[in-house]
Design a binder for this molecule. Structure first.
Ligand code: N0T
Length: 530
């Protein structure tokens, strides 16, 4: 059940989203797939820079690379498409045995038309910019211009048509439509076309999605101070829906949009965030207006524990094909990988992973060297042998993840998912303890780097891994038997879907719990209570 693109080239079934489990899953070659991802820097998808991309990607042990397709390069003259950059990515990804997620940098790239072709940039009449309230132009295309939609859609269709004919082996798993769509610097477009529509009644699907089914009126009347943002979200979602729908009609790969986030706990007011993108407060609106999208995905550049967890919570919605298409690449972000999987994500992807020399510090790491990659390599090495199994366990909600928090140095995880016969188990994950003994409470690690992944395989049986943590269990019964004994603790890996143990842990290796450092180790644990 382990697969690489090369091994599975014969399959003709399309990647798709499956919604039959507890969490939506990405199905590749007929089975749930876990994306161990990374995204290259924005200007790296060029033949000259790809060696510096692959060196990092190969070190990281990713199975999926996120790569941009630039509209300006793809359609340099209106109606003339250059497929060479797409083919270059397909060919090289296959050589490196990676899957791809292609990112369509079209009308919106971080809200701007920077990646639109010159013939778009120079024609403000056909492709009008959005306006501030005082009439000043913004460097963002108005979502109310027919030609902008038509041209972007035409190019996107050409891309999907090309993938349909040239990617029969399904190197490409998903397509991101635009990049962080929305508007910085104003809450909505105030162009005359926009203002006209703003004063008209709010469409019914928006009213229903936003819990205002009984209301009627124009945007301000119904939504008050939220009107500008919701209007923006509706206009942009509608535009992207047309593009995604047209692309899917040609070749129905899973599609999603990514969000520049609004602060999940203390949402800033107007102008503090990118307006109109799928921020947490407008997810139902986006879902209703852009049903061609399978997922609305968070780009998480919030290093704080509480915020990262809040974002996972906000986007892990039953209808949302949930994964993390971008997250920061500095050290702290690595320890959120298992927590994301525990919330049901089918993929995770740090951003800016290449050796071109560019770094997006202070958003991410100041240097991308082996030391910076190390915690990310540990993450992917630890689960490399179980990506298929893990994806299925995530879909079934058998997986829990813990990330080390600043002030809480131990966390309990309760297991009742499989309704096992008594006893049910509590796992305690503690941080900063030595690997031998201790009579003190866990002090926490010197820096936040601890994390744990726990899979409930069956009654009294778990698969666990972790970094910089100790995992132990106790029984959750009212009876006398509350303490655990290890029946067996096996270290090993899955080989062609079969667990193979390399050794038993016992003695010092289990007397003080299961201690993980910076060595990738997978343990299969069988417990009993006394
Ligand atoms: C991300 C990346 C790339 C006031 C940043 C994050 C990528 C895009 N944008 O390196 O540009 O293409 O999706 C925006 C984070 C905004 C933080 C603003 C702080």
């Amino acid at each position: 059940s382990l697969s690489s693109p090369a091994q599975t080239g014969a399959s003709d079934s399309l990647p798709r989203i499956d919604r039959s489990g507890a969490h939506p899953a990405l199905i590749v070659d007929g089975a749930p797939f876990l994306m161990l991802g990374a995204q290259m820097n924005n200007s790296s998808a060029w033949p000259a820079t790809m060696p510096a991309v692959w060196s990092t990607m190969d070190k990281l042990g990713v199975n999926t690379v996120e790569a941009p397709i630039y509209w300006e390069t793809f359609e340099p003259k209106e109606g003339t498409f250059d497929f060479a950059p797409v083919d270059m990515l397909l060919t090289q990804a296959r050589i490196h045995q990676k899957h791809l997620v292609l990112l369509w940098f079209g009308t919106w790239k971080n809200g701007s038309p920077g990646y639109t072709p010159e013939w778009v940039k120079r024609d403000g009449t056909r492709f009008p910019l959005a306006r501030k309230e005082d009439g000043t132009a913004l460097f963002s295309l108005s979502p109310f211009a027919e030609a902008t939609l038509t041209s972007d859609r035409k190019a996107f269709i050409a891309l999907m048509q090309h993938l349909k004919t040239s990617d029969t082996e399904h190197t490409v798993l998903m397509v991101q439509v635009e990049n962080e769509a929305g508007l910085w610097g104003a809450m909505r477009d105030h162009s005359p076309a926009a203002n006209r529509i703003f004063s008209q009644p709010v469409p019914r699907n928006v009213l229903e999605a936003m819990g205002k089914a009984q209301a009627h009126g124009n945007w301000s009347e119904v939504f008050g101070t939220d009107a500008d943002e919701f209007f923006s979200a509706w206009a942009i979602a509608r535009h992207i829906q047309q593009i995604a729908m047209a692309g899917k009609a040609i070749y129905p790969l899973p599609m999603y949009v990514n969000a520049a986030l609004r602060d999940p706990i203390h949402p800033g007011g107007p102008l503090s965030f990118e307006s109109g993108g799928p921020t947490f407060d407008v997810l139902p609106l986006w879902h209703a207006v852009a049903p061609a999208l399978d997922g609305l995905a968070p780009d998480i550049y919030l290093p704080e524990y509480d915020k990262y967890m809040a974002v996972l919570q906000q986007y892990a919605l039953p209808w949302n094909a949930f994964f993390i298409p971008e997250t920061g690449n500095s050290a702290v972000y690595a320890h959120y990988f298992f927590a994301a999987l525990g919330k049901g994500a089918f993929g995770w992807s740090p951003f800016g992973m290449d050796a071109t020399g560019y770094v997006n510090y202070p958003l991410g790491a100041a240097r991308i060297d082996d030391e910076a990659l190390q915690p990310y390599v540990l993450n992917y090495t630890a689960v490399a042998s179980i990506t298929r199994e893990l994806a299925a366990w995530i879909r079934n909600d058998q997986v829990r993840g813990v990330a080390e928090a600043p002030e809480k140095h131990a966390e309990d995880v309760l297991f009742s998912t499989l309704k096992s016969v008594v006893p049910h188990w509590k796992a305690t994950v503690s941080f900063g303890l030595p690997t031998f003994w201790s009579d003190k409470p866990a002090p926490g690690n010197p820096k936040l780097q601890g994390e744990a992944l726990l899979v409930e395989l069956g009654p009294d049986e778990f698969l666990v891994t972790g970094a910089h943590c100790r995992i132990d269990f106790s029984a959750l019964t009212n009876a006398a038997a509350k303490q655990r004994m290890w029946i067996t603790v096996e270290e090993g890996s899955y080989v062609h879907g079969e667990w193979q143990r390399t050794r038993l842990w016992n003695g010092d290796q289990t007397d003080y719990g299961l201690n993980f450092t910076d060595v990738p180790q997978l343990l299969r644990v069988r417990l009993a209570a006394y």
